[in-house]
Design a protein around this ligand. Structure first.
Ligand code: NAD
Length: 356
């Protein structure tokens, strides 16, 4: 409550000056562009006709999931301030999606790595401010929410105020929450227009599907494809399968980022960006089985990381402000994702280099 009161004080303190609409040749900087969401975001802006996009990631170029022609691609480690300065030179809008992250298997095991992403946002925000960027986007997460509110599979959906009193997910969630604070204070104190979307699980083509950082939808698609390919019709599910989540298709995520970033009402105001279609992991497996036309014997690994018992996105606020919410049905998005992963799986089997 104290937190909310403080924040609304900060937000009303500053008058919002109108800035000119983004021109097609204004420089857009997108970080984490070798990864899933930012890679797709580069393509999204390119398809919208923006001609000057700078894409940055620490991975070597050959490891980027998507490389869009005509884009300036830079390999820089953004936990180093000097590199953030270089990245931000001349940028009008900055989309910071770089972070060391992955699915539950990664964020429960590598909390230090997750926490260290604080360096990226800290240096990026200062560099964007110094470079005179007009707008700054930060990709926060539903992991910033109080875990005590997520102990039951039949959860009430999380609304924006549920992040406080703070009890975020250890490591990853706390990094996101502190970075949100940076966004809010840079606006309050220095007038940088910042935007904070709390993503709820995003899935779709060009996402990680193997190697330990993949999230549930991609992991389940891969396991089903593998089971069919190896004619070993079993699947191992992490936890007891009753844990619930909502999953947002990538196209909704991209549209949401664009709308949030260009809505002055949302300056320095965290907002949910997620689907509100709640499913259990067992239901998710059934959906993928239906797409693949197979039934597998389920085995439950009760020692595997399972995350909170339930989590869903309350979309009241986004519907009110943007008159929109992510709405691609899970069945539709999953089918597209399944087919893409299947293609990747068999391409790799034929010896081709693919997104992992
Ligand atoms: P991703 O792992 O595919 O992409 C992140 C990219 O950041 C990677 O390519 C990585 O190499 C890069 N990166 C990491 N450290 C870096 C550094 N020091 N310098 C430069 N680049 C660096 O992840 P994603 O799913 O595309 O997630 C993008 C953002 O959205 C992240 O901030 C993530 O926390 C957030 N988010 C994602 C989800 C989701 O479901 N995918 C959910 C909530 C929040």
């Amino acid at each position: 409550m104290v937190q909310d009161a403080k924040r609304s004080h900060m937000e009303t303190k500053r008058m919002v000056e109108k800035d000119p609409p983004l021109a097609k040749d204004d420089l857009i900087l997108i970080t984490g562009a070798g990864g899933f969401i930012a890679g797709n975001l580069v393509k999204y802006f390119r398809d919208k006709g923006f001609t000057r996009i700078r894409a940055v990631d620490k991975k070597p170029l050959y490891d980027w999931y998507i490389r869009v022609p005509g884009v300036e691609n830079l390999c820089l480690d953004l936990s180093i301030e000097e590199n953030c300065r270089r990245a931000c030179e001349g940028a009008v809008e900055v989309y910071n999606l770089a972070a060391d992250m992955g699915g539950m298997g990664f964020i429960e095991r590598y909390r230090v790595e997750c926490l260290r992403s604080i360096l990226i946002n800290t240096h990026m925000m200062e560099s964007a401010y110094r470079a005179g960027a007009r707008r700054y986007f930060f990709s926060s997460s539903a992991c910033a929410y109080n875990v005590l509110l997520q102990q039951d599979p039949n959860v009430r959906a999380l609304k924006e105020s549920d992040a406080y009193p703070a009890m975020a997910e250890r490591g990853y969630g706390w990094e996101k929450l502190i970075s949100e604070q940076f966004c809010q204070e840079y606006w309050a104190e220095r007038g940088l227009k910042t935007f904070i979307a709390r993503f709820h699980n995003v899935y779709g083509p060009y996402g990680t599907w193997d190697g330990g950082r993949e999230k549930a939808p991609a992991a389940i698609c891969r396991k089903v494809i593998e089971a069919i390919d190896k004619n070993n019709l079993r699947i191992t599910i992490w936890g007891d399968g009753t844990q619930t989540r909502s999953f947002m298709f990538i196209d909704d995520c991209l549209k949401g980022i664009d709308m949030i970033m260009h809505c002055d009402e949302l300056i320095a105001t965290p907002i949910n960006l997620g689907s509100s279609e709640l499913v259990s992991i067992n239901e998710l497996v059934s959906k993928v089985e239906a797409i693949a036309g197979v039934k597998l014997k389920r085995e439950y690994d009760l020692n595997a990381p399972r995350g909170v018992a339930g989590r869903n996105s309350d979309n009241t606020f986004i519907k009110k402000v943007l008159n929109w919410e992510p709405s691609t049905p899970l069945d539709q998005g999953l089918r597209i994702t399944y087919n893409w992963i299947k293609e990747q799986y068999y391409a790799r089997k034929r010896g081709r280099r693919v997104v992992e």
